[in-house]
Design a protein around this ligand. Structure first.
Ligand SMILES: [Zn+2]
Length: 252
């Protein structure tokens, strides 16, 4: 029997606030020499244990994507983009297959509405001892209009989004074509930040293992719809087709 909720340790959360945001506003990821408990590193890409493990019953790690504090995933050259994804997937899969966790989260927050607190480009890999995220997934969240397809990887816009209104999916059979997969994720993020909505500054990327597939969901973030928060009702939009065509015309 798995847990129904994750428990946030408010004392650690408070210590994080007072030691970073309030106490020392300098970016902790810009000083790799001061990082404790580095797990692995490859050039400027570093996997480190999260100093402030606020979630009980979890193993929280941070993947620092680059040494450039003001960079962002949509700006990486292809070599660096591919290195970040190869490195991230390698560690995500290692934790997922290790048998230690009920499931392993792999995700990225960017911008004020994403839930992230540190600007420096990073992702998180979090092992959950007693929670299986896949129990809340269903096929329809990943169904959508195909924008492009290549080497067994499909780039879609959700027709039945998990939250709404617009969610991009990148769906890969197995884990063979990480480079194509990374390219589509980068395109989705670039579109969200540059062509989607004049003031969209925030997004999340969530990675899932689902029925022999690897899937990334790219969600532009604004204030979450009250219908979703209060009633759990996801929404779609009358502009789905138009938006899918716009992405096609812009990039493919
Ligand atoms: Zn930094």
């Amino acid at each position: 029997m798995f847990d129904s909720h994750l428990i946030f340790d408010s004392n650690i959360g408070q210590r994080k606030r007072s030691e970073t945001i309030e106490g020392n506003p300098a970016c902790p990821f810009c000083a790799p020499d001061t990082l404790e408990n580095i797990i692995d590193a490859e050039d400027s890409i570093i996997l480190v244990e999260n100093k402030y493990a606020v979630l009980r019953g979890t193993y929280q790690t941070v993947l620092i994507e680059t040494d450039k504090c003001d960079s962002e995933l949509s700006l990486y050259d292809k070599d660096h983009l591919h290195s970040v994804f190869q490195f991230g997937f390698q560690h995500w899969m290692k934790m997922a297959k290790g048998g230690q966790f009920a499931s392993v989260l792999f995700f990225k927050n960017h911008g004020p509405f994403s839930g992230g607190t540190i600007r420096h480009p990073h992702m998180q890999i979090v092992g959950l001892e007693n929670y299986d995220y896949s129990s809340r997934l269903c096929d329809q969240y990943f169904e959508g209009i195909t924008i492009d397809q290549n080497f067994g990887v499909t780039f879609t816009l959700s027709t039945k989004p998990m939250v709404g209104f617009f969610e991009f999916n990148v769906i890969m059979e197995g884990s063979k074509n990480i480079e194509t997969f990374a390219n589509y994720v980068q395109t989705g993020v670039h579109f969200v930040l540059n062509h989607y909505h004049s003031n969209c500054t925030s997004y999340n990327i969530f990675f899932y293992e689902w029925k022999e597939k690897i899937i990334a969901k790219i969600m532009p973030r604004f204030v979450t719809s009250p219908l979703y928060v209060g009633y759990g009702i996801p929404q779609t939009s009358t502009k789905i087709e138009e938006l899918a065509s716009k992405v096609k015309d812009t990039y493919f």
